[in-house]
Design a protein around this ligand. Structure first.
Ligand SMILES: Nc1ncnc2c1ncn2[C@@H]1O[C@H](COP(=O)(O)OP(=O)(O)O)[C@@H](O)[C@H]1O
Ligand code: SF4
Ligand SMILES: [Mg+2]
Length: 343
């Protein structure tokens, strides 16, 4: 469902399919994902581990293993330009200057053997063709902006000299220094303690207010979603099963999986005396995804049609859609009992 005002659409992912070739066969990691991202908007992607959130995000700037992965179908358009057709050289120009990624762990995403100043300046020099002195000035300003005090001195330091929260700030500085239009943050706060998590989310919001950047944030944390996102995609087994504005998803969830996810995750308004209810069962095997709804084996509402055909997206409102046979009037047509002709 396209919930963004069409004139404001920056990024449009349409029917994206991504698979991996492994020793065990072909893993169908992303199976027909569509969404849009508007200017200055924040989209959250949520769902259990292994449902295809990171692969979807990494497909956008193609940070996927070159040999084993394949975008087998679909399109990714950014400012009207088809990204799935870009060469590695064109992608390198796009990464950082137009679309930047932030990961969970700075120690593995960044280089611990190069000073942080050099790492911030590298992107600036690559994309802007300016002198080192000017790049150093920009790097110092950026480090100050992300909340690192005494930035001029700290540019000379290495990652291990910073705390976990500070490392995330540095990764955000590197990602944002060339003023990209889109920041994609893959579980940027998962490894941090709660107070630091909140500070990092505030930093994203500050950057967005200052630069108008659009954000895609992948998170397990519904508190983070409520705090920062405008819209949410709920993913399950490589598909978006429900999409809508944050309030629509939180207060009017339609998909049994979204309801289960909300019941299984802590929220600020959760009664702490009541136990959280995990969703029973496990996601399906993505080597051989089920013929019908991928959630059917875990769904207490499953009907016969659910096991036979994949549900399509139905509109709940202009900005809210769900892929579930419960919402699809055709489910009744499929299984109307045959008409008996009596003589
Ligand atoms: N490099 C890879 N090779 C093979 N399978 C992969 C690779 N990366 C991811 N996958 C598979 O793709 C599916 C989606 O993974 P991912 O997008 O990382 O999930 P998550 O929602 O936790 O971010 C999983 O089944 C995962 O095992
Ligand atoms: S389509 Fe059927 S099995 Fe799937 S979530 Fe809806 S009711 Fe449950
Ligand atoms: Mg992931």
């Amino acid at each position: 469902m396209n919930a963004t005002n069409p004139s404001d659409v920056l990024l449009e992912v349409d029917n994206l399919h991504v698979s991996f070739t492994t020793h065990g066969g072909e893993v169908k990691a992303v199976r027909g994902v569509s969404f849009t991202l508007g200017k200055g908007e924040t989209l959250a992607i949520v769902g259990e581990s292994g449902c295809g959130k990171s692969v979807t995000a990494r497909s956008i700037t193609r940070l996927l293993p070159e040999i084993s992965s394949k975008i087998s179908e679909g399109s990714i358009r950014y400012k009207g330009r088809e990204l799935t057709k870009l060469s590695e050289k064109q992608l390198r120009e796009l990464r950082g200057s137009e679309i930047s990624m932030i990961f969970q762990d700075a120690m593995t995403a960044l280089n611990p053997t190069i000073s942080i100043g050099e790492q911030i300046m590298e992107g600036i020099i690559r994309h802007q063709k300016i002198s080192r002195a000017e790049a150093r000035k920009q790097a110092t300003e950026m480090l100050g902006l992300v909340g690192i005090s005494n930035p001029e001195m700290r540019l000379k330091q290495y990652l291990h000299e910073f705390s976990g929260g500070m490392r995330q700030r540095i990764m955000i500085a590197i990602a944002a220094v060339c003023n990209p239009s889109v920041l994609i943050a893959d579980e940027p706060t998962t490894a941090l303690d709660v107070t630091i998590q909140a500070q990092i989310i505030e930093l994203f919001k500050m950057l967005q207010t200052k630069t108008g950047v659009s954000i895609i944030i992948i998170t397990h944390d519904l508190g983070v979603v409520a705090n920062i996102a405008d819209r949410v995609n709920v993913m399950y087994a490589g598909k978006v099963v429900e999409a809508g504005k944050v309030d629509e998803l939180f207060y009017n969830p339609q998909h049994p999986y979204t309801k289960g996810l909300l019941a299984s995750m802590p929220r600020l308004d959760t009664d702490k005396s009541l136990p959280l209810t995990p969703i029973a069962g496990t996601p399906p095997d993505l080597f051989a995804p089920p013929q019908g709804c991928a959630f059917a084996a875990r769904c207490s509402y499953a009907m016969e049609v659910c096991g036979m055909y994949q549900p399509e997206q139905s509109a709940v409102s202009g900005s809210h859609s769900v892929a579930c046979w419960l919402q699809d009037p055709r489910s009744q047509l499929v299984f109307q009992p045959p008409i008996r002709v009596t003589s």
